[in-house]
Design a protein around this ligand. Structure first.
Ligand code: COA
Length: 261
């Protein structure tokens, strides 16, 4: 089984739930937690029993209130770069995961918390959640991919405003900006909504779903030719058993039984 100091992990019906568990620090991400997050996500890639993941924060107040400022305060130019690159790598692992990963945002999603949420494929938040990239208050900027993903998700103009002012926005504003997919009233509704979305995705052809993630990410990667990635992925789907199953099921007027191969 999994053994973590700063995460809670459980699996239910193929859905692996990872909770950042430093409630007394509003789930701030110290480096040890980021390393555990790397292991937890690697587990999602590797384990055949895990079909999807939800990332959330322990308690009712905070998803993640940022990177741990006590650690940030010790950084210099050299280890600052490493700190940023390490976090970027872990968050890219989340973003590139071929199985669906949803952020269940149950409170503050600030700094590294907003960045973590943005690295997930979809975001569902309680209506009392708060979002922001307040790093400029500390004399830094987001280092875990936030400048890039925020621009991708909400557009350059809104991203620049949030990043330059450090403003904190409400969940309603985040919904309006397209930063979150759905809002729910209570924490119970939050997990139920995430599971409802995952249930829908998990009824589809897993290989095709994984390739969708890869193709959409390619659209934001200047080193990739997105249309070529799409055509390659399409061809790969065409040689899969799930493609035969999906098309046969449609023509035979039955529900497909996908095997992910
Ligand atoms: N890093 C380290 N510790 C943090 C933290 C962070 N990012 N965010 C909160 N904490 C700690 C606080 O220091 C406090 O610890 P203490 O009880 O040992 O003093 C504890 O979590 C509770 O936080 P507190 O500030 O007392 O709660 P609050 O309800 O008054 O305020 C916030 C909540 C989120 C507005 C406030 O904690 C905050 O601004 N946090 C930093 C947000 C930030 O700048 N994130 C980006 C970092 S790069």
């Amino acid at each position: 089984m999994w053994k973590f100091e700063n995460l809670l992990a459980s699996i239910d019906d193929g859905v692996f739930t990872i909770s950042i568990n430093r409630e007394e620090k509003l789930n701030a991400l110290n480096v040890a937690t980021v390393d555990e997050l790397r292991r937890a996500i690697q587990n999602v890639y590797d384990s055949p029993t895990i079909k999807a993941a939800i990332i959330t924060g322990a308690g009712s107040k905070s998803f993640v209130a940022g990177a741990d400022i006590t650690e940030i305060a010790q950084l210099n130019e050299l280890n600052g770069r490493k700190f940023s690159e390490n976090g970027q790598e872990v968050f890219q692992l989340i973003e590139s995961c071929p199985k669906p990963v949803i952020a269940a945002i149950n409170g503050y999603a600030l700094g590294g918390g907003c960045e973590l949420a943005m690295a997930c494929h979809l975001r569902v938040a309680t209506s009392s959640a708060k979002f922001g990239q307040p790093e400029v208050n500390l004399g830094i900027l987001p280092g875990y991919g936030g400048t890039q993903r925020l621009s991708h998700l909400i557009g350059k103009s809104r991203a620049l405003e949030l990043l330059m002012t450090g403003d904190i926005i409400t969940a309603q504003k985040a919904l309006e900006f397209g930063l979150v997919n759905y809002l729910t009233e209570s924490p119970d509704d939050l997990m139920a909504k995430c599971k409802e979305i995952l249930g829908k995705i998990l009824s589809k052809a897993p290989l095709a779903v994984g390739m969708v993630v890869n193709c959409v990410n390619a659209a934001y990667d200047p080193e990739q030719r997105g249309y070529q990635t799409e055509a390659n992925s399409f061809a790969n789907c065409c040689k899969s058993n799930d493609f035969k199953e999906g098309t046969s099921a449609f023509l035979e007027k039955r529900t497909p039984n996908f095997q992910g191969e």
